[in-house]
Design a protein around this ligand. Sequence first.
Ligand SMILES: [Zn+2]
Length: 235
Amino acid sequence: MKNKIAYVGNEHTNFSGRKGTIPDTIVNHISQGSKESCIDWFTSVKNTQSSAHFLVCKNGDIYQFVKIEDMAWSNGLYLEDIKKAKSLKVKNRNINPNRYTISIEHEGLYESTEGELTEKQLNSSICLHKHIIDYVYNKYKKIISVDRKNIIGHYEIDPIRKPYCPGEKFPFKKIIKKIKEERFFTDIESHWAKKDIVYLAERKIMKGYPDNSFRPEKYITRGEIANILCEIIKG
Ligand SMILES: [Zn+2]
């Protein structure tokens, strides 16, 4: 990943084990404070109630507090409130959402931004979403589909206590569009085999070219077929 992630979680940072649950949902938040106050709070001995995996700052810097393998304390719900969630995925899965979510805080104050990100912040957040998706695939062989079912906001988990997190102007659409564009090739939109190409690309069996094209009509070389066979055999 282009942007470096600075790991700043310490012995006071709250987290717990996922008890075998695979993380498969990315949840976006607004930090309601500055980068400094967020880092202070998530590493403070006084904080015994909350944390997040990542923080994306207005200047594009990315910080990490909790490993993806562990659960952060950011999307917790009382069991009786799970049915009030807006996200069907959360509603239908009757367990603490912290168990299967990965949280990203975005530096900002709802009162002044309504969730809008700076350009650098948006680019870093897109990179971080891609990093998380790749990390989860490499670690668990789990594909997080790039859509609004799997990339959600805190308000969809907890519409009662967190209706403004991360805010109406949070750029879900832009993030999803950009990840898809970068992931899935510039020249397959109207190709008859698009579905199959995406299927194989999502499973990393076939890749595109460095310019993000797939060149679906190009002949394949012996080298390329050897590479594809190896990807299949090695899984
Ligand atoms: Zn939140």
